[in-house]
Ligand binder design. Structure first.
Ligand SMILES: Cc1cc2nc3c(=O)[nH]c(=O)nc-3n(C[C@H](O)[C@H](O)[C@H](O)COP(=O)(O)OP(=O)(O)OC[C@H]3O[C@@H](n4cnc5c(N)ncnc54)[C@H](O)[C@@H]3O)c2cc1C
Ligand code: FES
Ligand code: FES
Length: 1331
């Protein structure tokens, strides 16, 4: 191996340009390389673990052997730079730009309103682009599948799918066909056309960039020499023959091998694993081919899952069905295995070698009794994947110097059946809770079991076989009584002790029984077909759907909105579905986010040293080992603060910037390491040693109640006399409901760039919704006046409330670091850091006592709301106040007392999140309202109609309801959704099906618009007109994807009578508009719109004389005339919401300007055996007044609804009893994905409903629709109710939010769940808690 002595030169092409690197660092990913070395910042870092797709790029590979080129999407964040040697990389910048031309995938996404904050957008563009490169006219199914590895937190996905459906044959025709969704029957003056596909540039695949000929020549010439890239810390080998590999492995048995790097990459990034030698297994022919043999197929260990999938699909088509049953099960399992980007690179050998206990493929391979060909310099041996293969957690029988060469997957016999099962929290791109592979062979011509294997994942430290059950099955007949006999054995085979790793023990155990039951039914059906008249078999017809596999048709839906009045001038942009003004830049990757800003001269990078304890004394901190690392400049902690360490949003300063002798939550900043770059800073930060002495910690709401650990004040809202109300009620219902936490999961994590200046000045560019708070907290930390701090931001990659306060702390600690080293510093939190440190939506518990009459009329309510506020006050009191104000939802309750208790715990400080406490309290209210209906035997509609507020009624806090449109929304939504008929259909379905149930529910909402802290209801604007007639606006609001700047330009366009093209907004900046309120409370359009309108009107007045003087003149001529006349063409505008007041003593006042109302109907289907569910349809009718921009408003409604669906159903936030977050990153925390949206999703904006209280007669929309997703929660509860009735347990039952698969399954209760021992709470330490 003499040739290996010097490093090889890395060569690849990026966007058609050759990149040559003579000293590459192999541990670097292509994403880091693109962003920092090639300065291509279009590809985004959303997670770094392959879970969000924001970094998606396309890789093209030429095969010299087959002379063909393949294109595939990959996650740049997991792709090692050396793995692209000899390949071509295409990024979002490479396919189109605003300077050249947009690629159709870019144009269509932007124009179909599929980009809001835009942070996910480059990844979505590239997934679609890679699909088109392989399939120029894809089907809708292929498009939906292509996005399995992409997440978007803003849009709710519908517009992305609709925009891209224009690439399909059957797809969106833009209203050109009679039966097009855009031609749905609508009222006059109502449109369903949010964009016009006829304007789209046609897609011409022949125009695509070609594979670089130079690379083809290079690869054709390349000798079979091993390549070696020698970095400072890591050496990368690329052997090209098996012999080279075995030699290498023989001499470096400790070297790690990589194929897709999807496991190794995550270990290196998040588990601090260091692998000095990495061997690339992608270029060894024996490892990358699939061949058939007489007994099965032989799959090379490096074959990617996509290649395997495609091969198997073809093979299945060409061979008899019976032979390919294992292959069919693998294909079905791969459908739910990660996303395309992962499957395109991850290998079968990698999955086996990793040996994850929740691997989806290993149970199948074990059930199939696959044989592995394992090679080393010592020779070849065959290893069977049986019960002895895995020897411990992620361990197996393969020796260090051995390599898996081939996996033999057998054919099945005619009398052999095979199935795979998987249940995960989310259906797509999620790891399993439990999975299984099951195989049975019958004695020919009988239903007597000859052989079987049952393999399970998620039930132990490895994939395991159910040995006793398998033994007992042999020789038995597959008929009645089998399941009953096997269940106890399965419980014995697959025990889980209370508190077992992973938690959810009874659920996981019941899943094993459910899977076996499904397998039993499946096999019975097959055998019965073959052996008609089989005796001893009686399956009720209602069991038929128990084993039905998941099927989803392509998403459909209609969006309806009021058209602008005829006669509205073209120049008046208000009311039109304009595209988000940054959308075009977002789809090309040109839109700049904080971390995309070019490096400032002298810039350093900051990494945090975070607390590992929830509550502990700090005994000692030793930063010496970190400071010794080359490239480290400083360790920064509390001792470096020039101003105050204690900060806060209000007068109470209870938030420490750095830990002060004690840590009070896991993730608290103890110190910072400042270094030359991110890699050095993060590596060094891990070397800082902290000694702790642990103290008792409070984690959950229950802990806080037990220890009376509450913040003050504990406010109440009351009216009437609750005691008398209860006494005069026919019935009293008492109960408790919990609503879990929700992580914001904005795609752009918190990012900051701090640039120190002269005179103590500092410029803070940070991803914040609250510029003023950032400015104040930085000033407090530095001990300077606010006039020395400039806080700026251009746009955020999503905020949702999560960047309203906690990011100010990050900005402040960075400012302290910048001050210490007197150089610019930058920090972008890693996804796991962001999730551990920045808090969530407050978890809530509601304890209620409600009095009501026989007729369902609610007489009295006593409700205590407990919120888990975390360790500091932050916005918790305001969040609770809003919760108290919304505890009535839409119901007139004459006697009421609602009290809020902000619980103080050792969690990160919880904070604002879209809806701000209201979604939690309204869910609790809707829970007891639903229960009252059941108690009174009333329909869910009747109970609500009976208790609804009416126009002119006063809320429980005394505000009169004016322009009350809820009942219009209600009636329209019930009609449009065809509720009554569908209710009947659901009941019919439920009476015919035992193991699948449907549910339907209707949910109303009313949401108060204004900050409950009165001073915040103000905004300023600064408007300049330049002499060429162009207009520049600055205002208080931050663009975080919600389309605020677009709407503000529409408002200015109307006020100045100017086309929007002449108006520009550059950024938000405390220098242009001071004392800004956070962009929050849905109020930013109202507040800033009015301020801009005022400024524009002032300027127009100043221009008026010149207009009068020259009525036929142009705008530009009037502006120039005014300038020449020395008239100021710049002014400010200001607005404060009038007449807001509230008195907590009397519980009376008008805290809100007005209310935004809406109604949703949702229908779901659940699998009672697994807890899986599907949203079949959702219909929303929303009152947004006269929409300023229907495309943006519908985008907000859909996005909020899907985010709310996450809150109430999917997003299961879990923490250890010692306060460590378990659901970190997209791998463990599941926000809704493309496949989760309702199969039919219809949204209508209420027409002819102008709002007299806001700009352009519009209504605020950011937060109100989120609660409507509770309709899915209650539809699930409705479905569970039916299952419980079938199981003989009718009556009320408690369902907490989120209604995750565990809760659905365990609420369904049946003969299977009853066999699982449920441990007594308090007798063991649970693996996790929901705080
Ligand atoms: C976002 C994401 C989603 C995922 N989703 C799923 C999922 O839904 N279901 C699931 O089961 N898994 C899932 N995984 C895990 C994934 O399956 C495995 O990471 C993948 O199969 C490993 O393949 P790889 O080629 O990337 O392995 P690498 O990371 O390249 O290697 C993993 C290990 O395998 C060893 N290895 C590789 N090839 C051989 C060989 N021939 N002989 C001996 N050892 C070898 C390597 O030395 C290394 O230690 C997911 C991972 C990610 C990052
Ligand atoms: S950043 Fe790569 S997948 Fe999230
Ligand atoms: S637009 Fe998709 S994450 Fe914001």
């Amino acid at each position: 191996m003499a040739a290996q002595e010097k490093s090889d030169i890395l060569v690849f092409f990026c966007n058609g340009k050759k990149v040559v690197d003579r000293h590459v660092q192999p541990e670097v990913t292509i994403l880091t390389y693109l962003r920092t070395k090639l300065l291509l910042t279009g590809s985004k870092l959303g997670c770094g673990e392959g879970g969000c797709g924001a970094c998606t790029i396309m890789v093209s590979k030429y095969s010299p052997k087959h002379k063909c080129i393949s294109h595939y999407a990959v996650n740049a964040c997991l792709t090692p730079i050396c793995s692209v040697h000899g390949l071509a990389v295409t990024t979002v910048e490479g396919i189109g730009s605003t300077q050249t031309r947009l690629h159709p995938v870019q144009e269509r996404l932007a124009k179909a309103h599929g980009s809001q904050c835009g942070f996910c957008t480059p990844g979505i563009v590239m997934s679609m682009y890679a699909l088109l490169r392989n399939k120029p006219v894809p089907t809708m199914e292929e498009i939906e599948s292509a996005f399995e590895g992409n997440l978007c937190r803003c849009t709710g996905y519908r517009p992305i799918l609709q925009g891209y459906s224009t690439f399909t044959k059957e797809g969106c025709c833009g209203g050109n066909n009679a039966n097009c969704c855009m031609n749905a029957a609508a009222e006059e003056g109502v449109s369903t056309k949010l964009f016009d596909p006829s304007e789209f540039t046609p897609y011409d695949p022949s125009q695509e960039v070609i594979f670089p000929p130079e690379l083809i020549m290079m690869l054709d010439k390349e000798s079979p020499a091993i390549q070696r890239f020698l970095g400072d810390r890591v050496t990368w080998y690329r052997p090209v023959t098996l012999q080279q590999l075995l030699e290498l492995k023989g001499s470096h048995p400790e070297a790690n091998m990589v194929v897709g790097n999807t496991e190794v990459g995550v270990e290196m990034k998040f588990k601090s694993q260091v692998y000095p030698i990495l061997i690339d297994l992608n270029f060894i022919p024996e490892l990358t081919t699939i061949e058939t043999s007489p007994t099965g197929i032989k799959v090379g260990a490096s074959v990617t899952l996509t290649t395997l999938d495609e091969y198997l699909k073809k093979f299945i088509q060409s061979e008899p069905e019976y032979k390919t049953r294992i292959f069919a099960a693998i294909v079905e399992m791969l459908r739910w295995f990660a996303g395309h980007q992962i499957r395109n690179t991850a290998s079968l050998g990698g999955a086996i070698a990793t040996g994850s206990p929740i691997s989806d493929l290993n149970p199948l391979l074990m059930a199939a009794v696959c044989k592995l060909e394992v090679v080393s310099k010592r020779g070849t041996r065959m290893v069977t994947m049986d019960g002895n293969f895995f020897t411990g957690y992620r361990k197996n029988v393969i020796a260090k110097d051995e390599v898996i060469k081939v996996i033999n997957i057998p054919y099945t016999l005619e009398n052999e059946y095979f199935q795979g099962y998987k249940q995960s929290p989310r259906r797509e791109d999620d790891i399993a809770i439990v999975n299984a592979g099951m195989r049975v062979v019958f004695k020919p011509g009988t239903n007597i079991v000859q052989d079987c294997t049952l393999a399970f994942g998620g039930m132990a430290a490895t994939s395991v076989l159910a040995v006793k059950t398998m033994a007992s099955l042999n020789g038995r007949s597959w008929s009645d009584g089998l399941v009953e006999a096997m269940c106890p054995l399965l419980v014995q085979d697959l025990p889980l002790s209370p508190g077992a790793p992973g938690g959810m023990e009874p659920y996981r155990q019941s899943l094993t029984l459910s899977f076996f039951f499904k397998f039993y039914l499946f096999v019975l059906e097959q055998v019965s077909m073959k052996l008609p008249g089989l005796s001893g078999v009686s399956i009720p017809a209602s069991y038929k759907t128990a084993n039905q596999s998941y099927h989803k048709s392509p998403v459909k839906g209609v969006q309806m909105f009021q058209e602008v009045p005829s006669g509205q001038p073209d120049s008046d942009a208000v009311g039109r579905p304009l595209t988000h003004l940054s959308a075009i830049k977002q789809v090309t990757g040109e839109a700049i986010y904080v971390d995309d800003l070019p490096q400032v001269k002298g810039e350093l990078y900051v990494a945090s040293v975070l607390s590992k304890k929830a509550h502990a004394k700090i005994l000692a901190v030793d930063a010496t080992p970190a400071l010794e690392v080359e490239g480290v400049h400083a360790y920064v902690d509390i001792n470096d603060i020039p101003g105050s360490n204690m900060v806060g949003l209000g007068p109470t300063r209870d938030d420490p910037l750095f830990a002060d002798k004690e840590v009070i939550f896991v993730g608290q900043t103890i110190g910072l390491i400042v270094a030359d770059d991110q890699a050095i800073a993060q590596r060094a930060a891990k070397l800082v040693k902290v000694d702790y002495e642990e103290l008792p910690a409070l984690i959950s709401i229950e802990d806080a109640i037990e220890h009376s650990s509450f913040f003050k004040p504990q406010n109440s809202v009351k009216r009437g006399n609750v005691q008398e109300g209860f006494e005069s009620s026919h019935h009293i219902l008492e109960g408790e409901v919990k609503v879990g936490a929700q992580e914001h999961f904005y795609l752009e994590t918190v990012s900051t760039l701090v640039i120190p200046g002269e005179d103590g000045e500092v410029e803070v560019i940070s991803s914040t919704q609250a510029l003023k708070a950032t400015q104040s907290i930085v000033a407090t930390a530095l001990g300077v006046r606010e006039n020395k701090v400039v806080s700026r931001v251009k746009r955020l990659g999503g905020g949702f409330g999560g960047k309203e306060s906690r990011c100010c702390i990050t900005a402040a600690v960075c400012a302290v670091a910048a001050r210490k080293v007197n150089r610019p510093v930058r920090m972008m939190l890693d996804r796991d850091e962001d999730m551990c440190t920045t808090g969530t939506r407050h978890p809530f518990m509601g304890r209620y006592k409600v009095g009501f009459n026989d007729d369902g009329k609610i007489r009295a309510l006593q409700l205590n709301l407990y919120s888990n506020s975390g360790n500091s006050l932050d916005l918790s009191v305001s969040v609770l106040e809003r919760a108290l104000f919304h505890a009535d939802n839409c119901y007139n309750i004459p006697n009421i007392i609602v009290t809020g208790y902000p619980c103080k715990t050792n969690l990160p400080s919880n904070t604002a999140f879209r809806g701000f406490g209201a979604p939690q309290s309204m869910l609790i209210t809707e829970s007891f309202v639903s229960d009252i209906a059941s108690k009174c035997g009333l329909s869910q509609i009747k109970i609500r109609e009976l208790n609804f507020y009416k126009e002119g009624d006063r809320t429980h806090f005394g505000q009169e309801l004016k322009n009350w449109n809820l009942e219009r929304c209600w009636e329209q939504c019930l009609t449009k959704s065809d509720f009554d008929n569908r209710r009947r259909d659901v009941d019919q379905f439920n009476s015919e099906n035992r193991w699948r149930k449907k549910g339907i529910a209707v949910t109303p909402t009313k949401f108060g618009i204004a900050f409950t802290y009165k001073p915040m209801n103000q905004a300023g604007a600064l408007v300049h007109i330049y002499t060429d007639g162009s207009v520049l606006i600055a205002h208080s609001g931050v663009e975080m994807g919600q389309g605020l700047h677009t709407k503000m330009i529409q408002v200015a366009s109307r006020a100045l009578h100017l086309p929007q093209e002449l108006i520009h907004i550059s950024e938000t900046n405390t220098q242009t508009v001071p004392n800004t309120s956070p962009t929050a409370a849905s109020a930013s359009s109202d507040l800033n719109g009015m301020a801009i309108k005022a400024a524009c009107e002032t300027l127009l007045q100043r221009l008026e004389p010149y207009i009068q003087n020259n009525p036929k003149g142009s705008w530009e001529s009037w502006v120039m005339a005014a300038y020449i006349d020395r008239v100021s063409l710049s002014t400010t505008g200001f607005y404060k919401t009038p007449d807001l007041h509230y008195n907590w003593e009397t519980s009376k006042g008008k805290p809100f300007n007005y209310f935004t109302d809406g109604v949703a109907v949702s229908e779901v289907e659940i699998d009672c055996l697994t807890g899986d569910h599907q949203v079949l349809r959702s219909d929303i009718v929303m009152d947004v007044g006269d929409s300023l921009n229907p495309a943006i408003d519908i985008g907000q409604i859909e996005g909020a609804f899907i985010q709310g669906y996450g809150l109430y159903v999917l997003e299961d936030y879990r923490i250890t009893p010692s306060g460590h977050l378990l659901t970190k990153g997209p791998g463990f925390y599941k926000i809704p994905a493309f496949g989760d949206i309702p199969a039919e999703f219809n949204v209508s904006l209420l027409t002819r409903a102008p709002n007299p209280f806001a700009v352009g007669s519009s209504k605020a929309i950011g937060e109100p629709p989120l609660f409507l997703a509770a309709s899915v929660f209650f539809a699930i509860k409705d479905a569970i109710q039916s299952a419980r009735e079938d199981a003989g347990i009718p009556g009320l039952f408690r369902l907490d939010s989120p209604a995750c698969s565990e809760r659905i399954r365990m609420a369904c209760q049946d003969q299977f769940t009853q066999q699982i021992p449920t441990p007594e709470p308090g007798t063991y330490t649970p693996f996790f808690i929901r705080p």
